[in-house]
Write a protein that binds this ligand. Structure first.
Ligand code: ARG
Length: 588
């Protein structure tokens, strides 16, 4: 017996084929639009009959009936099928089909194999975090790192080869002032103690010492030109600045479970911008033109960008953010052979990336380069509960390191209170997973396009759509298996399991079969909150099941049936939470 991983996709294909089979006119134009249904209507609903029938002046119920009759018998026997309202088709999985699905997808590897079709054979480059060097990461840097990592994991799970690229802001005019300050006031002891802190101080000193129009500013400019021309001393200094910055960033990445494959910052594209200028000018008609000495691209088809140019090379001949990003797109397409490129930044860079992608599409088409899928993944600002930018009490920006420390401390207090008997080391370990996980999950659980209201109380609550709630659900299932004296992955007992029977068993089983659709939705939209919502609903169904149906009963068959549901809930919760970048626990 063949059981499909994504049942909604399977029904979609079967209904399309049924339209042909039933001999419907223009069957090729029929899209069934199969969606996960409201639970009271069943598991899946096909809505496409309505639009299709209306456009052809047919009776939608009659069309629906023809379609259902033309479905293969094997599929019809897996579902209760009803035609509802004006002509929706509702599908409800029968208990035996639920059991077959749960048996087929029993391990993380099997889930992964089922999900891999979405991006199989594709290479995706994900550009995320990408902070500027010589500065601390602050709370504003949290979202790109957390959302970007979840997207990487989702893409990899759904079959893609993922290249994680940290596009550091490591080149630019700020290095003139920084080097100016460094050469005069650097304090070796302070550098040894906290290099980035010292670099921030030196940049401020350099900035204050070089007011506009001053000879000091000229001197800072000369430092920048020397660096750009490869002056040995300045290049060595710049390298050191990049190294200490990256080492500090790495401490944050370690805590968030992030490992980059590459750190190809802006400086890497220095020698690659000339080709961009040349190619943008040499196409017919040319994509870029000279305007007031600068090289610019207009997009006449666009309401704003027909007059607001994309500045590709400055009038003084220097490169800028646009030049390096154009070179970056080409490198990713040529060198990495990317099928898809995702860049994760805050929404304020929207115009830049819209102009960038418009330009890249025209440029690549003119040169007959293959155009990858291009996605700018944006997110809203992080605010306090008052809706204003999140600041420390003294009004400074909050450092990411301090924020993560506070999360772990707060989680530790909660764990210590709930579980005073656990050994100290284990409590620390739990606090780490819960604290960091709470911060990650709170960021991921809501639609990334909205502003994100940072609230310790909400993210650390043991109830609601939070990391502690989900991590606790996971730990609770582990404890059932400890009591039962078997491992959750021990398949031996599962042979006895029969199909779900009670309403809460059936509800839980039905929810489990929707995991593929949650993955699809989160992956297609690059929005991890769809996965969070699914996991939260799953945990809710599990909790109803657990309250209504005792698991560790005498009756061996009943016990096996319920332990099977526990095992698959655990598998799905753990897999889902790992995809979001969280670490799960077996005890809490
Ligand atoms: N360094 C930039 C910033 O801090 C983000 C870079 C994003 N990636 C890119 N290819 N432009 O805002």
């Amino acid at each position: 017996m063949h059981v499909s991983f994504n049942l909604a996709a399977d029904l979609e294909a079967a209904l399309k084929a049924a339209a042909v089979q039933a001999g419907l006119a223009e069957a090729a134009a029929f899209t069934p639009e199969v969606r996960t249904a409201e639970p009271k209507h069943g598991d899946f609903q096909a809505n496409g009959t309505l639009g299709f029938a209306k456009a052809r002046k047919l009776n939608p119920r009659a069309v629906a009936e023809q379609l259902v009759a033309a479905l293969p018998v094997s599929l019809r026997s897996d579902y209760e099928i009803t035609i509802a309202g004006p002509g929706f088709i509702n599908f409800t999985l029968k208990p035996a089909a639920l059991l077959a699905w749960l048996r087929t997808f029993a391990t993380a590897a099997q889930l992964r194999a089922g999900a891999a079709a979405a991006h199989a054979g594709q290479t995706w480059v994900v550009d995320y975090s990408s902070p500027n060097t010589a500065k601390q990461m602050h709370v504003g840097h949290l979202r790109s790192a957390v959302i970007g990592e979840a997207i990487c994991r989702l893409l990899a799970f759904t079959g893609a080869r993922v290249i994680r690229d940290n596009h550091l802001g490591d080149w630019g005019t700020q290095f003139g002032k920084l080097i100016y300050g460094y050469k005069r006031w650097a304090d070796p002891a302070a550098i040894a103690a906290d290099a980035i802190e010292e670099l921030e101080r030196l940049y401020k000193l350099g900035h204050n010492a070089t007011p506009d129009g001053s000879p000091e500013l000229e001197e800072a400019r000369r430092e920048l030109v020397a660096l750009q021309n490869g002056d040995a001393e300045n290049v060595a200094l710049w390298k050191k600045i990049s190294e200490v910055s990256l080492a500090a960033f790495q401490q944050i990445y370690d805590r968030l479970g992030i490992k980059f494959d590459h750190h190809l910052g802006e400086s890497f594209y220095n020698d690659k911008v000339e080709r961009v200028y040349r190619e943008l000018k040499e196409t017919t008609p040319p994509i870029a033109e000279i305007s007031e000495g600068a090289l610019v691209v207009f997009h006449p088809e666009h309401p704003r960008f027909k007059t607001q140019p994309f500045l590709v090379r400055k009038a003084d001949g220097a490169s800028n953010y646009a030049s390096t990003d154009l070179a970056t797109a080409l490198y990713r397409a040529e060198h990495f052979k990317a099928d898809g490129i995702v860049v994760v930044t805050d929404f304020r860079q929207g115009d830049h990336f819209e102009q960038l992608f418009l330009t890249v599409r025209k440029w690549f088409a003119a040169k007959s380069y293959r155009v990858p899928e291009l996605h700018h993944v944006t997110f809203g600002a992080v605010t306090g509960e008052d809706g204003k930018a999140l600041k420390t009490r003294s009004g400074d920006v909050i450092r990411l390191k301090a924020l993560l420390d506070e999360a772990v401390d707060r989680a530790f207090a909660i764990v210590a209170e709930k579980n005073p008997d656990l050994p100290e080391a284990e409590r620390r370990e739990i606090a780490r997973s819960v604290g960091i996980g709470a911060v990650q999950y709170a960021d991921l659980a809501q639609n990334r396009s909205s502003n994100y209201v940072f609230s310790w109380d909400k993210m650390l609550a043991l109830d609601g759509n939070t990391a502690p709630y989900l991590l606790y659900a996971v730990a609770r299932i582990h404890s059932i298996f400890r009591k039962a004296g078997i491992a959750p992955t021990d398949a031996a007992g599962e042979a006895l399991a029969t199909a779900p029977e009670t309403p809460t068993e059936i509800m839980l089983a039905r929810r489990l079969t929707k995991f593929p659709d949650a993955l699809r939705l989160a992956g297609e939209t690059l929005r991890p909150h769809f996965l969070c919502l699914y996991l939260f609903e799953l945990a809710g169904d599990y909790s109803s099941f657990n309250n209504a149906d005792k698991v560790l009963v005498e009756d061996a068959v009943l016990r096996a049936r319920r332990l099977l549901l526990c095992a698959r809930t655990l598998l799905t919760l753990e897999t889902g939470l790992h995809l979001l970048g969280l670490r799960t626990l077996t005890r809490m």
